[in-house]
Write a protein that binds this ligand. Structure first.
Ligand code: ATP
Length: 312
């Protein structure tokens, strides 16, 4: 079942800036989608639109089949939101803050559930502390607890681990894994590829208000796992020698470097055989180096493509 359905969504802010330029995205129930993108890409705007905080200028969004504009209440009831900015009542006790959120959503009091949420987020010992006494990382945990207090079916995490320590990051990942087991759909925005790698089923890349790619994480990771072996030669070559044909090498323009592409995760990379074949072909090697495709390379490539398209 499709849990979140975003069709043709555009958002133009007052003043004319178009933060979303036609977004289509389907998210299945129980799926974890990580949305990656540089600052200002439109991640927060998109989440705000799905949560009914920002009104799209064009397009429709449904959550659990409910239109977030015309059927706001029903859609919003399904959603938990962990915002990027900490917006807590400083003098309130942790436990009351979390209980209050549940009440806001019209759910009956459930102390066992609140205790469970607070324990999972290592907040139980702090339940009677005033929010203002907590560290920044602890406050972020409270935001997550609040979002979970009304048992959402869809959870949005807007850069949940930006600027937090490794321990909280791991805790958060565990909480996400458990929610997934319960069938909760999770959408998180992040700048960290390792975060997407750790928890996402699919990864989307957004830039300048457009989704540039949505791909199964494993496929994306396979692409990220591609490496290049660069062999610098002492003497320029006219062409790749026929004896090296099977390695599908490319010769760079200066004719002094052979480039071999392989998969770093593969059992057999073929590097040993290649080097032996290079020596047999009588080529003198001056240096070798390797380079890995990073998400940044993928970003840069996608962004360059997008700019070319925009210019066309
Ligand atoms: N209320 C607003 N009025 C006008 N422009 C806005 C408003 N909110 C956001 N923008 C602009 O829309 C663009 C997208 O912002 P958004 O916060 O959605 O990006 P983001 O991908 O979440 O970025 P970050 O990673 O920095 O949080 C930015 O250029 C931002 O300046």
């Amino acid at each position: 079942m499709t849990m979140v359905e975003i069709s043709g969504v555009k958002k133009r802010y007052e003043g004319g800036f178009e933060a979303l330029r036609g977004v289509d995205l389907m998210i299945k129930e129980g799926e974890i989608l990580a949305l990656l993108g540089p600052n200002g890409a439109g991640k927060t705007t998109l989440i705000s639109a799905v949560c009914g905080i920002t009104l799209p200028t064009e397009g429709t969004i449904r959550v659990g089949g409910h239109d977030v504009v015309t059927d706001y209440r029903a859609a919003r009831d399904l959603i938990g939101l962990v915002p990027q900015e900490i917006n807590l009542e400083p003098f309130e006790k942790v436990i009351n803050t979390v209980r209050f959120t549940r009440g806001l959503f019209g759910k009956a009091r459930n102390d066992a559930l609140i205790e469970d949420v607070l324990r999972k987020l290592s907040l139980w010992d702090k339940r009677d502390s005033a929010v203002k006494e907590l560290s920044g990382g602890m406050k972020r945990r409270v935001l997550i607890a609040k979002a979970l207090a009304h048992e959402p079916r869809v959870l949005f995490l807007d850069e949940p681990t930006a600027g937090v320590d490794v321990e909280l990051r791991r805790d958060m990942w565990e909480v996400v894994a458990e929610l997934k087991r319960q069938g909760v759909t999770i959408i998180l925005t992040t700048h960290y590829i390792e975060e997407a790698e750790a928890i996402a089923d699919r990864v989307g890349v957004i830039n300048r208000g457009q989704i540039l790619l949505v791909e199964e994480k494993d496929a994306l990771m396979a692409r990220l796992g591609q490496k290049e072996l660069r062999i610098d030669l002492s003497d320029p070559l006219d062409a790749v020698p026929p004896s090296l044909e099977e390695f599908d090498l490319t010769l760079t323009e200066d004719r002094q470097r052979l480039v071999y592409t392989y998969h770093s995760g593969a059992e057999r990379t073929g590097i040993g055989r290649l080097m032996a074949a290079v020596a047999s072909a009588g080529l003198k090697v001056r240096d070798v180096s390797t380079a890995q495709n990073s998400l940044e390379d993928i970003f840069v490539g996608l962004v360059a493509e997008q700019e070319e398209e925009d210019a066309a």
